[in-house]
Write a protein that binds this ligand. Structure first.
Ligand code: SF4
Length: 317
């Protein structure tokens, strides 16, 4: 297994933001980590790459095994070498990853020289090859351009090239297409899927969009209020979603057969993480809630393979 996260508990001071998160990623596999804003997806990814300390959090318990090495007990120095080299990060907004004052080609050079120790000439050759890999037309011309001279989609391709610069084993893409329009979104997702499959990488794709999960992921972990509430292969979760929250997210996918004005949402709001309702956190929004749901937090029941669900109504998997 490339990555195994086992019963991860993330805290900010006395406040627990993520509880018992367990997930895994194999080589060549794309895991979708899905949920609304505030569900704990991005903070889980932050913990995996060892950056929690920079946002004031810490791992209270659990393990993060990457290539069988426990990242939670690794020194900051070793973690820093690992980040960017073995684990590539792709953020939502390419402008936060790119320096506006340096040409994009030189920025890819910097990443390869830092992590692979290439000569200046070898770094340029590698940057041009990476630009070709992320389907940038005319890499020689684009090499000398500044970020503001590129479209949003082209900037995100540069960020993907930088994430690939050191030949990582795992990519973590946090809402990589949210800032882009629909057609460019589809192009970027296609490039990412092809790269993962061609190179045998693992990828965690963080998204709020089950439509993107359906088109790109092999497995999905659905998060709500800091817990994973359902884990399943993607084909199974779309055929028979077990958790009412997963069902609700799937209902929200716009379909071409829908009539104008029929977009579906999930009623109510995600509760404040510092004032979670007693019992199942989803009960104020759940059409199937029963009295037990108001009293007891449902346990995560493990089924076959990696499947599992946390809901009082699901007896067996
Ligand atoms: Fe709904 Fe109860 Fe299941 Fe929570 S435990 S999702 S409230 S049915």
């Amino acid at each position: 297994m490339l990555l195994s996260v086992e019963k991860l508990q993330i805290a900010f001071g006395q406040f627990t933001a993520v509880r018992d998160a367990t997930l895994s990623v194999r080589k060549g596999q794309i895991l979708g980590l899905v949920g609304e804003s505030g569900s704990g997806k991005s903070i889980t990814a932050t913990a995996i790459v060892g950056l929690l300390g920079y946002v004031g959090g810490h791992i209270a318990s659990g393990r993060v095994l990457f290539n069988d090495k426990d990242l939670t007990s690794m020194s900051e120095e070793r973690l820093r070498r690992l980040r960017g080299k073995r684990i590539g990060l792709i953020t939502q907004n390419p402008m936060t990853s790119l320096d506006p004052l340096i040409t994009v080609g030189k920025q890819i050079d910097q990443a390869t020289r830092l992590h692979l120790g290439l000569s200046r000439r070898a770094a340029v050759e590698r940057s041009l090859a990476l630009m070709k890999d992320v389907r940038i037309p005319d890499p020689v011309k684009v090499y000398g351009l500044y970020p503001h001279q590129l479209s949003g989609g082209m900037k995100q391709r540069i960020v993907i090239a930088m994430a690939l610069a050191a030949e990582p084993d795992l990519l973590i893409a946090d809402e990589p297409t949210t800032a882009l329009d629909a057609t460019v979104q589809a192009q970027i997702m296609r490039i990412l899927v092809e790269l993962v499959k061609e190179r045998g990488l693992g990828m965690i794709l963080i998204t709020h969009d089950m439509g993107v999960v359906a088109q790109t992921c092999d497995e999905v972990a659905v998060m709500y209020c800091g817990r994973i509430v359902e884990r399943s292969p993607v084909h199974a979760v779309f055929a028979t979603p077990r958790h009412p929250y997963t069902e609700a997210l799937i209902r929200c996918i716009p379909r071409s057969t829908m009539q104008t004005g029929t977009l579906v949402g999930i009623p109510g709001q995600v509760p404040s993480p510092v004032a979670l309702p007693k019992g199942c956190s989803f009960h104020p929004r759940c059409g199937k809630s029963q009295s037990i749901c108001h009293e007891r937090v449902p346990e995560f029941r493990q089924g076959q393979g990696h499947a599992g669900v946390a809901c009082h109504l699901v007896e067996s998997l």
